[in-house]
Write a protein that binds this ligand. Sequence first.
Ligand code: C2O
Ligand code: CU
Ligand code: CU
Length: 560
Amino acid sequence: MQIIHRRDFLRLSGATLAVGTASWLTGCARLGQVQPEPTVSGNLTPDFSPDVELALRATSGEVALLDGAPTRVQTFQGEVLNGNAAVLQALPYSYLGPIIRVRRGQNIRVHFTNEIDSETIVHWHGLHVPAAMDGHPRDVIAPGETYVYEFQVNNRAGTYWFHPHPHRRTGPQVYAGLAGLFLVSDDEEAALDLPADEADIPLVIQDRTFDSNNQFVYIPNGIMDQTMGMLGERILVNGQPDYVLPVATRAYRLRLLNGSNSRIYKLAWDDGTPLTVIASDGGLLAQPVQRDFVMLAPGERVELWADFRERAVGTEFQLRSLPFEGIDMDSGMMSGMMDSDSGHSGMMGGDSGHSGMMGGDSGHSGMPHGTQALPNGAELSILTVRVEQNVQDSATLPPQLAPLGFLAPADARNQNAPRTFTVSMGHMEWLLNGRTFEMEAVAQDENVQLGATEMWEFINQEDAQGRLDMMGMAHPIHIHGAPCQIIERTPPSNATLKTNWEAIRAGYIDEGWKDTFLMMPGERVKILLHFADYEGLYLYHCHTLEHEDGGMMRNYRVQA
Ligand code: C2O
Ligand code: CU
Ligand code: CU
């Protein structure tokens, strides 16, 4: 497998712009050469002194992913303009963007240039940055334009990521390949001596459907995929199918990101070894925790301590996603949809051909025909670990990791009267408190005070009578601008939903800082947030990207 960029294409659209941008960046028109002034927005402030200065482009290319024709993708390409070259690490043979590695406290400046054919903007998922640096959809730039980001990285050490955030186009752009990891380190983390370098492995989990010519297929089932979320038929890890991770007999730090548009995973080792979790969205936990399985919804990250010292060279094992009930098949909306959608039976044609992915079990009992081939909750193989080499390794798991500095619920100005946000579906629109996304709009109950600590409660669709409103689906809720603590989860009252919830709840990693949390059908989740440092408009939304694009996103405003 090999990355092949179509050079002609890059020369036509990408490279010309990149040259123009680069000479402008160095601040001098070389040898009197006249460059057209590029359209630049964002910040470019003379008194900001960057420790790291990067050029980042969203561009088009081709990657050989499967045997036969290469796959057309969109991809982030990066270049270090100033600073240590190790800040960027390309993921070989992948459409994924470069891994950006910075230290807490560093000032970074990124010149982002749009070289794809539609409006876009980059969002730094999980980073606490000023509103104008957050990649709000109102800040989209047109093809050919540049947006300059300047901010100080003040997050805890951890696994963050970046992806496009244009309204109604986030789903297709991420699916086309636009995403990358943003890893932050700090002294606290360095003192722990965790597995590093080749033993610190990022694993970005995504799913894609390919057509017979090896091209990505987006929402082939139309309204069904927009409603249920785009669910691909094949699992890709770090942009590659059938991922094999070669390891030695030592301890590893595995950084998992669910970069899928809509697929939720219930991750477990296939031999029943428990997972040891050391970090979540917002960095290290206070102590490691052990789980038989871990739920990972779109946007969420989890870091594992994986000790392969007792494994024999030559053995293989798998990270799998275990089956679970991700939707409520009984609710009226769902069954109506299944019936009326039976025209799409092509997707379920007898020769579905992904028996390899299904690991032999023919799928999800109880799924009616006429729906997506591999529903959320289907059993899957994620990757194969192959033990290839014997090494001596004495790394030990630290019993204490890093202090969290959590807030107390009593710090909240509304501890006993949380702001509530109800998730529902209107006329083919996803809603938060009955409202759809409006670019600049902030409702009265979406204003918060700078410096305040608040309790918020998200409610997944059950009404006061304990009935499901229209349809029961899981939603991963993501909040920009402020990390959160999970305070309390209230199970669904509906008996079936409660049974489904009981089967996955042990996989929630609620011990650390979060920015994205899964909410199962009928579940309520109470969180604590603190609005520090920056005023302005921030987003909160469902990270099922088809729901986000479908309007399940709102602004909140932080005001002094
Ligand atoms: Cu990862 Cu608002 O998104
Ligand atoms: Cu985000
Ligand atoms: Cu959703």
